[in-house]
Design a protein around this ligand. Structure first.
Ligand SMILES: Cc1cc2nc3c(=O)[nH]c(=O)nc-3n(C[C@H](O)[C@H](O)[C@H](O)COP(=O)(O)O)c2cc1C
Length: 315
């Protein structure tokens, strides 16, 4: 049994997790001996993410946040993934009677510091020790992290990102979905823009194919990232997506500890026919789930908003 203040603190930490379009597609249900994590599929992105793959990864990130929060409260965490089967709303049950994960306690202090960094990184390289640490954490969660290290693979990945951008921006349904998630900060979710810019930005995104400009910028970012790496998994089932989400949040928080920021270039995974080509570049068996860029950055923006804890807790 855990008191209300503890539960509130834990859920407040869990909801700092990253999620696609900052959609925060999660709900939490306290139980006698733990917490259920449920998918909120009313927050799905049917055009960008028709199978709820990224939605499940996002919830996996929140699940890892819960584990960190439990460790910070001195509680253990036994995870039962998909206790009702794949496709059901309950994605995991966390019971506090599980093994303690003392090393995760240390990550609680950086949960609030992690932010997606979409601009260029400094020239400072990502050292091999940090990369090894990130890869070990990823493996512990049941996923893999494959850095794209040669000039050839990086350039090929940058081209795939540009192709992905072109395909997404050419699709009016995809643009409409993106515009729907451009919100003022007070909304507590979505991709935040300054209030006055919202109507015009939404209109531009809905009506115009900005693909060429975005593709050029993104492929340049990919090409010039100190670390460009594919996060992937052996299988491509909801259980794999949930594990990938935990791996993602784990490596992002370890990255913050090592002074690293990250952002995403997932277009060649979201645009389904490009995914096998990224897979070939990663040189691993299994499925690419996230294309990450990482490096050093002087973080200078406000954290992205979240909905209040009370809005994501159900009985
Ligand atoms: C599964 C997943 C996919 C994401 N895809 C993208 C993406 O393609 N492009 C991007 O800029 N950000 C992407 N993000 C980052 C989210 O937009 C970001 O986490 C959210 O806006 C909250 O901001 P924060 O990470 O700074 O807390 C993704 C995040 C997750 C978890």
């Amino acid at each position: 049994m855990t008191d209300d203040a503890k539960l509130h603190r834990m859920i407040a930490r869990a909801i700092r997790a990253p999620s696609s379009h900052n959609s925060q597609p999660w709900l939490f249900r306290p139980t006698d001996e733990g917490i259920d994590l449920l998918a909120d599929r009313t927050r799905a992105l049917p055009v960008t993410d028709p199978e709820d793959r990224e939605l499940t990864i996002s919830c996996g990130c929140a699940l890892f946040g819960l584990r960190v929060a439990a460790a910070a409260e001195g509680l253990g965490a036994a995870i039962s993934p998909l206790p009702d089967g794949p496709g059901e709303e309950r994605l995991a049950h966390l019971a506090f009677n599980g093994p303690a994960e003392p090393d995760l306690r240390d990550l609680a202090s950086v949960i609030d510091m992690r932010q997606t960094w979409r601009k260029a990184f400094t020239d400072q390289a990502v050292d091999t020790d940090s990369l090894t640490t990130l890869q070990a954490a990823t493996a512990r969660e049941g996923a893999w992290l494959a850095p794209l290290e040669t000039e050839e693979t990086r350039e090929a990945a940058a081209k795939l990102v540009a192709e992905g951008d072109a395909a997404q921006w050419a699709d009016p349904r995809w643009r409409r979905e993106l515009a729907q998630w451009m919100h003022p900060r007070r909304a507590g979710d979505g991709l935040t823009l300054p209030g006055l810019a919202i109507p015009i930005a939404r209109m531009v995104v809905r009506r115009f194919d900005l693909g060429d400009g975005v593709a050029a910028r993104d492929s340049d970012l990919a090409d010039h990232s100190p670390l460009l790496a594919v996060l992937g998994s052996e299988g491509d089932s909801p259980a794999d997506w949930l594990a990938t989400g935990q791996a993602l949040h784990h490596l992002l928080l370890l990255g913050v500890k090592a002074g690293l920021a990250a952002s995403y270039l997932n277009q060649p995974i979201e645009v389904i026919h490009l995914r096998p080509r990224l897979q070939a570049l990663a040189g691993k068996t299994g499925y690419p789930q996230i294309l990450l860029r990482m490096g050093h950055a002087a973080m200078d923006h406000a954290p992205s908003p979240r909905r209040p804890v009370d809005d994501v807790v159900i009985d």
